[in-house]
Ligand binder design. Structure first.
Ligand code: IPM
Ligand code: MN
Length: 351
């Protein structure tokens, strides 16, 4: 097959980890006889510095005409510490999600047998964990009206959901649950929030269409707790945008390093694939960042094209690297570690 992939490296460690995912994807393309045309485009602080906005029209054109987007990371401390900044790198990501219709963010958490003792949680708590969050990505408090009143003394962010937005996300959740262990947890705060009550009511009404799926409803605060107590008791979890943002960061460290977990944002024909971690500015340019989350995001990209063998080849190479200690310093326990690009080279050579 022939693919056009938009390549948005972004900020901080983004360019370094993206380079490794490109190497590995090219090795996969060579092995399985595909052709990938990479289409680099600007985003984040890098785009603000170059052209004054974080998701320029030119970048949108490249993404909208591509078969998929591979994304690094965005964010820069010079904006985080300036609450008055009008243009921010993160706005680029939000604009892109909306413009490409990426309403479903798939964020898995799974464990690697060779890393069970790297987790901040006890081994017996996490063994067998294999869960997926489906986070709603283009609605809720992220996109509701926001502003200041009373001469700036009062600020507000509105949380808004429509039934249709909940239905399309929940449908993906039910469908995903059907391909797994048929358990779906709807995470909300229905004891307090009206939007959560709409979520719960909508999901309840859909249960009859999926009689085999066992649905549970849990409050977000309880899930935050149980996620670190018994992560292996969950399978598919669906939730709104902000709850999903917070819970997936919590879940991402269960496997031992935030540098391991990939994600996909889906909704239209064009999927976006990116590591869960951020731009990690302290590590930028030092060749120390873990490229595995981005490399595994490329695996999700192939799988989303229906190319399961290609995805599996990447996953196997990553497992082999972990088993053989071909890891960056976040996973080396002070022992021997390798650079970002060395790990990328090794993975590409082991496809
Ligand atoms: C994420 C990030 C983004 C979010 C930021 C960078 C806008 O934290 O992808 O989880 O909050 O959605
Ligand atoms: Mn986040």
């Amino acid at each position: 097959m022939k693919f056009n992939i938009a390549l948005l490296a972004g900020d901080g460690i983004g360019p370094e980890v993206i380079d490794q995912a490109v190497k590995v994807s090219d090795a996969v393309a060579k092995k399985f006889d595909h052709e990938i045309n990479w289409k680099p485009a600007l985003t984040g602080a890098a785009a603000i510095d170059a052209v004054g906005e974080p998701y320029p029209d030119e970048t949108h054109k490249i993404c909208a005409n591509a078969d998929a987007v591979l994304f690094g990371a965005i964010g820069h401390p010079k904006f985080d510490n300036d609450p008055s900044a009008k243009v921010r790198p993160e706005q680029g990501l939000l604009k892109m999600r909306k413009a490409l219709g990426l309403f479903a963010n798939v964020r898995p958490t799974f464990t690697f047998p060779s890393l069970l003792d790297k987790s901040p949680l006890k081994k017996e708590r996490i063994e067998g964990t294999d869960l997926v969050f489906l986070r709603e990505l283009t609605g809720g408090i992220y996109f509701g009206e926001k502003g200041r009143r009373d001469e700036g003394e009062t600020a507000y962010d509105n949380c808004v959901y429509t039934r249709a937005e909940v239905q399309r996300l929940a449908k993906k959740g039910f469908e995903l649950a059907m391909t797994r262990s048929k358990k779906l947890c709807c995470v909300d705060k229905a004891n307090v929030l009206e939007t959560s009550r709409l979520w719960r009511e909508t999901v309840q009404a859909m249960e009859k269409d999926y009689p085999e799926v066992e649905v549970s409803y849990e409050f977000v605060d309880a899930v935050a707790m149980r996620l670190v107590q018994w992560p292996n008791s969950y399978d598919v979890l669906i939730t709104e945008n902000l709850f999903g943002d917070i819970l997936t960061d919590e879940a991402s460290v269960i496997s031992g390093s935030m540098g391991l977990m990939p994600s996909a944002s889906l909704g239209s024909d064009i999927g976006l694939f990116e590591p869960i971690h951020g731009s990690y500015p302290q590590a930028a340019g030092k060749n120390i960042a873990n490229p595995m989350a981005t490399v595994l995001s490329a695996a999700m990209m192939f799988e989303n094209f229906g190319l399961l063998e290609e995805g599996k080849a990447i996953r196997e190479a990553v497992n082999k690297a972990l088993n053989e200690g071909m890891v960056t310093e976040d996973l080396s326990d002070g022992g021997k570690s390798f650079g970002t690009s060395e790990v990328g080279d090794w993975l590409a050579a082991n496809i």
